[in-house]
Design a protein around this ligand. Structure first.
Ligand code: ZN
Length: 233
């Protein structure tokens, strides 16, 4: 089985459409979404509809939760809070109902899918460092845990090894962000995991960020949310 794993779409329809085109050319069996379908960008309903149509497994992100319960956005930065309020007003009942029923975690064979961290999923903890990852390895039993949330792609090995994934080790893999990469590289990011070959590959790709940015401006969302798409921050 070949899984494409996408995360942190953040209502960026141009990036999501471009990612799906690359995925469709990669003969993938299923697509998994690790949440944060909405928040920041200008096309929340369109992105929810596409995820609903194309993904077999979807888990909830903190920005999805924030549009359903704005108190979740209390800890957000000002621009993120403004975007959450805008998204809450813009989402259709149908989109909200879909987000509402999403689980916080999902499993498939020996793989765990969660938006932020396997450590207390509703607390939305970040895994930035090797030390964060070491703590997180204790919180799940599967061999691989796929995450998003930090918008920075990366692979953590339990044994501290570098390089490719192997069957005698456990891994936490951050697939990066489709709609708002933050690792200094503005290219969209996602991963493909092959369960037969037990291999993982990160993909980066370009998309029409000028249109995505223009839509953010036209929607009256903060200008910084458009500018960061060019910076990858
Ligand atoms: Zn996010």
């Amino acid at each position: 089985m070949r899984f494409a794993i996408i995360s942190d779409i953040h209502s960026n329809l141009e990036a999501l459409t471009a990612a799906l085109e690359v995925i469709d050319a990669q003969s993938v069996d299923e697509i998994v979404c690790l949440g944060d379908i909405v928040g920041y960008g200008a096309n929340p309903n369109e992105c929810v509809a596409l995820i609903r149509e194309r993904c077999t497994i979807v888990v909830k992100g903190n920005h999805d939760a924030a549009t359903l319960d704005l108190s979740v956005a209390d800890g957000f930065s000002e621009n993120a809070r403004i975007a959450a309020q805008w998204t809450a007003k813009s989402l259709s009942t149908e989109s909200k109902n879909f987000l509402m029923m999403l689980p916080l975690v999902a499993t498939k064979d020996d793989v765990l899918f969660v938006h932020a961290s396997p450590v207390d999923p509703p607390d939305w903890n970040y895994i930035f460092s090797v030390f964060d990852a070491m703590e997180a390895f204790k919180a799940f039993s599967q061999r691989i845990c796929f995450i998003g949330h930090s918008h920075a792609p990366g692979v953590f090995s339990e044994k501290g090894r570098m390089g490719r994934i192997t069957k005698d080790d456990r891994f936490i893999i951050n697939v990066g962000s489709i709609g708002q990469p933050r690792d200094g590289n503005p290219l969209l990011s996602f991963g493909i995991f092959d369960t037969d070959a037990w291999s993982y590959k990160n993909f980066r790709g370009d998309y029409d960020r000028a249109t995505a940015a223009e839509k953010i401006m036209n929607a009256g969302l903060p200008r910084a949310l458009a500018e960061r798409l060019y910076e990858g921050l």
